[in-house]
Design a protein around this ligand. Structure first.
Ligand SMILES: [Zn+2]
Ligand SMILES: [Zn+2]
Length: 340
């Protein structure tokens, strides 16, 4: 099979990046300070544009679209409903907006698209026999209520002083911790996602709760949160880490919004999205696309090298695919021999 370069596709209509996927340089050994600094503060990197943008969204959400904390001391329908409607709108605009521009308006055609295969519209694998409708159903009917439930419980816990007990009265200390926790949120997300995801690949849990997400072989924005409700509960439990360490509800909200919003770009099915004249922003995750394609690799993200450490890393090259197929074949063979 050919290995397509930036603009080429193989006979199956698949595209792959010209270079192998590399992990973020934060955990490189020996340390690479210059590379790490460039990655941390350069464009595009860890801070700019993605994480800072989502942090700004969380701060604005807290300031303008969330009821006063003092009014959330007991669970009442009005404020839970308000959070639900706000989350429903956010997710519909982001996931639906990306789907509209990439797949309905086809704003950049197939440029940097992982595969040209269309979303199935007549497949028994999906509710309504239609992948996009099935994905929208699981996102809007299950993901939005679960994320709203976690958010509501978080504010109730803060309002009643059950969490947020680290009282840093010195403003310098407070802001240092606040910023540090905000910087750590994507790392917390990556680590929690990796281990939660590995757990879901245990046979018993996979068949019942995770196979639904893997019905998406080719992915689009709506695939991101198309999960069984039990998987939603596990996936969004990342906010529990912030319950334990959070100084301020914004830290917890940011953690939750990262989990709620990142799956849209992460499953866009494109390497980059053209946002305005000639400006491409990282939109997709070829790293996670390999997981949807081969199932038994890349359980985490490319931020933390957990897949490298645990031997499940696929760098996107044809050589890595051949190696993985070989491993799977020999494992199946030895399982069959043991069963005999
Ligand atoms: Zn996925
Ligand atoms: Zn999986």
């Amino acid at each position: 099979m050919n290995s397509p370069s930036t603009n080429e596709r193989n006979q199956q209509g698949e595209w792959r990046p010209a270079h192998p996927i590399v992990s973020a340089p934060i955990t490189a050994w020996p340390p690479q300070p210059a590379k790490t600094l460039k990655w941390l503060f350069g464009w595009p990197g860890f801070l700019w544009p993605e994480n800072i943008f989502w942090l700004a969204v969380s701060v604005c959400t807290w300031a303008f679209l969330t009821p006063e904390l003092s009014t959330m001391k007991s669970f009442e329908l009005w404020w839970v409903a308000l959070l639900y409607v706000r989350n429903f709108i956010f997710i519909t605009v982001l996931f639906g907006g990306m789907h509209y521009f990439l797949y309905m308006r086809k704003s950049q055609g197939d440029r940097l698209r992982f595969t040209t295969r269309p979303f199935p519209t007549n497949s028994k694998r999906f509710k309504f026999n239609n992948q996009v409708r099935d994905n929208m159903f699981h996102t809007l009917v299950f993901a939005v209520p679960v994320v709203t439930a976690y958010e509501s419980i978080t504010y109730w816990l803060f309002a009643n002083n059950h969490i947020g007990f680290i009282d840093l009265t010195n403003p310098v200390a407070f802001w240092t911790w606040f910023v540090l926790l905000a910087l750590l949120a994507p790392v917390v997300h990556a680590v929690h996602f990796y281990f939660g995801h590995r757990l879901l690949h245990v046979k018993f849990l996979y068949r019942r709760y995770h196979a639904l997400h893997h019905a998406n072989i080719q992915v689009g924005p709506w695939s991101g949160l198309s999960m069984h409700p039990v998987e939603h509960v596990i996936y969004f439990s990342t906010v529990v880490v912030q319950w334990l360490i959070a100084l301020h509800p914004v830290n917890a909200l940011y953690q939750l919004q990262l989990a709620a919003f990142m799956p849209a770009p992460g499953h866009s099915g494109y390497e980059k999205m053209n946002v305005c004249n000639g400006v491409d922003l990282a939109a997709g995750s070829y790293f996670h696309y390999q997981h949807h394609k081969y199932f038994e690799c890349n359980y985490g993200g490319s931020l933390m090298p957990l897949d490298k450490w645990f031997g499940t890393f696929h760098d996107g090259t044809e050589e890595a695919s051949t190696r993985l197929r070989e491993q799977i074949r020999s494992r199946r063979q030895s399982n069959a021999e043991t069963a005999d």
